[in-house]
Design a protein around this ligand. Structure first.
Ligand SMILES: [Zn+2]
Length: 414
């Protein structure tokens, strides 16, 4: 059940919130942000950390045979929540989804204590149980609780299973009744209240093939895109009833997940959320070592947060104009003085796109392949970028002059 997070737009505001709550950041930080914490963001399996303790909440009677078995199963799984659960007979292999994707809630495993807060039959029979687990840490005085995730898993009765049940992912069950459309390599799933837009369906479907051709990489076998009214609704569909979101996303983010799954939680974009589609295509085939490359490519191909690529360049130029002393080094380090997460992320993504665009114009896909090899340390990037961009000067001042001139050129804003 290895889950790979290709991308997230969660950002610094979440970090701030989490810090306030005195939560250890670790993987959360890596997942949520910017650069400094992140060495190689995209398409790397998280180092999951099993909960140090699993408790059972009041109201759950483990003397009931099935409840006791399900609790035993959840405890066994949470001791080592990874893909080996299939071979250990703890995770179902009965469906294609559970064999191929499995647990999409790996973000919950970050070393927080777990409490099983619900085990109840799902529906009238007794062959399927829904299990809810809260991951949270309390302070020593017991006054303040820092919740990380509220997770929803399913336990299916299967003969021969060590506990009489096996775990199974939430997504297929929770989206079973959703309207869907398939075009080319993409199946679009619509949360209740969302409706297909055939122009956007066509655009995104052909985007997949175009990107694969452009980068000379095999297209994904299949992509499933979940179109929802909010990121919260999309997270719930994968089994995260609660998980922190970045305020800067205004609840309308997206994510690319392992298994060709794209969450599109911005109804204004709907199926047109191609930034995440770019991550899901290139993550397995053309993955960069830096966040600058991975986000730069996705923004270059698909814009960001509802802005087109061109609008992102304009936004960058606006930020540069409003902050005449701003340097490329500050943007790459996510250290824009007094900037909020939204502005910092916009500047970073647009700068990434600008660099990707210039390297591509100069060296094509081979140029991008070389850019992708650079690690995300701002010092490394600043030292290597002049060569990548073909600048004569190799100092930071030359790079800054290029960055300003280029933003003026591509944004058409002076
Ligand atoms: Zn992205």
């Amino acid at each position: 059940m290895r889950q790979v997070r290709l991308n997230t737009h969660l950002s610094k505001s979440v970090i701030a919130i989490l810090s306030l709550l005195s939560i250890r950041l670790r993987v959360v930080a890596a997942a949520l942000i910017p650069v400094t914490f992140v060495t190689a963001v995209a398409f790397q399996a998280h180092a999951q950390e099993a909960p140090p303790k699993v408790s059972v909440s009041f109201g759950i009677d483990t003397t009931l045979t099935d409840v006791g078995k399900v609790v035993g199963l959840v405890r066994a799984y949470l001791a080592k929540p990874d893909s080996s659960a299939r071979s250990r007979g703890l995770w179902s292999t009965a469906t294609d989804f559970d064999r191929r994707v499995g647990d999409l809630t790996m973000d919950a495993y970050q070393g927080f204590p777990a409490t099983i807060v619900g085990v109840a039959p799902d529906g009238p029979g007794d062959s399927l149980y829904v299990v809810r687990v809260l991951y949270a840490r309390g302070d020593s005085a017991g006054g303040r609780i820092s919740p990380l995730a509220l997770q929803r898993l399913f336990a299916v009765r299967e003969s021969g299973a060590p506990f009489g049940f096996r775990l199974s992912g939430a997504l297929p069950r929770l989206t079973h009744g959703w309207e869907r459309r398939t075009k080319g390599r993409v199946t679009f799933w619509y949360a209740p209240g969302q409706h297909p837009d055939s122009a956007k369906i066509s655009h995104t479907s052909s985007f997949v093939d175009s990107v694969a051709v452009l980068f000379h990489v095999p297209p994904p076998n299949h992509i499933d895109m979940y179109v929802t009214r909010s990121m919260e609704e999309a997270q719930r569909a994968i089994g995260l009833d609660f998980f922190p979101e970045a305020s800067a996303d205004r609840g309308r983010g997206g994510r690319a997940l392992f298994g060709g799954i794209v969450l599109a939680g911005n109804p204004a974009l709907g199926e047109g959320y191609v930034h995440e589609v770019a991550h899901v295509i290139l993550g397995p085939t053309f993955n960069g070592r830096s966040r600058l490359f991975n986000e730069g490519v996705a923004t270059w191909l698909g814009g960001s947060r509802g802005r087109t690529t061109q609008e992102m360049y304009t936004r960058l130029r606006q930020i540069q104009t409003a902050r005449p002393a701003l340097t490329l080094g500050q943007v790459l380090s996510n250290a824009i003085p007094d900037a909020q997460a939204e502005e910092m992320t916009d500047a970073f993504y647009a700068t990434g796109a600008l660099i990707v665009d210039s390297v591509y114009r100069r060296g094509g896909i081979e140029g991008l392949r070389s850019l992708a090899q650079l690690n995300g340390d701002p010092k490394v990037l600043l030292a290597a970028l002049p060569t990548q961009l073909g600048l004569s000067g190799s100092d930071e001042a030359a790079l800054d002059r290029w960055w300003h001139a280029q933003a003026v050129r591509v944004s058409n804003v002076r």
